[in-house]
Design a protein around this ligand. Structure first.
Ligand SMILES: NC(=O)c1ccc[n+]([C@@H]2O[C@H](COP(=O)([O-])OP(=O)(O)OC[C@H]3O[C@@H](n4cnc5c(N)ncnc54)[C@H](OP(=O)(O)O)[C@@H]3O)[C@@H](O)[C@H]2O)c1
Length: 264
């Protein structure tokens, strides 16, 4: 049996924000367990990170939108006697368009991934961390969490759940040595737009951040045990105006304009 080894679990680490997050842990010499569906991509990343940073990379190729997907993570953690000190719940996807025109099965998969798997992993590992007296969890929401989002309704609702859950637990875990942090990125250049079918969205026309910039803000926020971090001045400003605009038709009209398709 191997000795207890401290690791960071990062879901959705095969591309975008999760991949950049994996690199940040690797740079600080923390062993990582990376999760995504595409096994080949994970193996390429494992090989490259282990070679460059001289850390151990565990891979779990699994679909987190099904309940059994999570068991595959626990199996690897238990088999190697790993101590999970950091958890980044980053895997997630969106689906852009009119609510009634989009596919319900896809919505169900999104809710399972963005909400259910994140809740289950947070529940399981926050308990482990509290027993160990230390740990940090970063849950990736979105600026879409900050108000209802016409034409991105289900996605925005899943991310509002993530923000609400994570902030509430942050309070509950005070004085346990464990912190939970919300990361709410705005438009970020990753594979997200292709999967969400939103390359024609106005939102992505200007002020798009890189995954590297976003991951760094999330990583620092998590390490400091912050409650909620929003990367980028433009996104912070948007978040601020959304928070001071009363819930109602005006706020919805502004959000609908932001979420409209490009006129190009
Ligand atoms: N990009 C943006 O503009 C933006 C803005 C705000 C918030 N976010 C949030 O940021 C997070 C990361 O997204 P990203 O922008 O970095 O997008 P991305 O490049 O598409 O990365 C998504 C990651 O999640 C994994 N994944 C997707 N479905 C999965 C499933 N069913 N089971 C396990 N892993 C799965 C993907 O790998 P596989 O496909 O191999 O499974 C990939 O590693 C998401 O939660 C997203 O909602 C993104």
């Amino acid at each position: 049996m191997e000795n207890l080894k401290e690791i960071a679990i990062i879901t959705g680490a095969s591309s975008g924000i999760g991949y950049e997050m994996a690199l940040l842990f690797a740079k600080q010499k923390t062993d990582i367990l990376i999760v995504a569906r595409d096994e080949q991509k994970l193996m390429i990343i494992k090989e490259s990170i282990e070679k460059q940073y001289n850390i151990k990379v565990y891979t779990v190729a699994t679909d987190l939108s099904v309940r059994e997907g999570i068991k595959a993570i626990h199996d690897v953690v238990n088999a190697h006697n790993l101590t999970v000190t950091y958890l980044v719940n980053n895997a997630g996807f969106g689906d852009y368009g009119s609510f009634i025109d989009r596919n319900m099965d896809n919505y169900a998969g999104m809710i399972n991934l963005n909400i259910l798997s994140l809740t289950e992993l947070t529940h399981y590992y926050s308990k482990v961390m509290v027993n160990n007296g230390r740990g940090k969890i970063l849950n990736v929401a979105s600026t879409a969490a900050l108000q209802p989002d016409p034409f991105f309704a289900v996605y925005g609702a899943t991310k509002a759940y993530v923000a609400s859950l994570t902030e509430a637990i942050h309070k509950e875990l005070e004085n346990t040595g464990v912190t939970t942090t919300v990361l709410s990125p705005g438009p970020t250049r990753t594979n997200f737009t292709d999967r969400a079918d939103m390359n024609n969205a106005r939102l992505f026309e200007g002020g798009v951040m890189s995954a590297k910039e976003v991951a760094l803000v999330g990583f620092k926020g998590m390490m400091k045990g912050k409650l909620h971090v929003i990367p980028g001045f433009r996104n912070k400003l948007m978040g601020f105006f959304s928070s001071i605009t009363p819930s109602g038709k005006l706020r919805l009209s502004i959000a609908a304009r932001m979420m409209a398709t490009s006129k190009k």
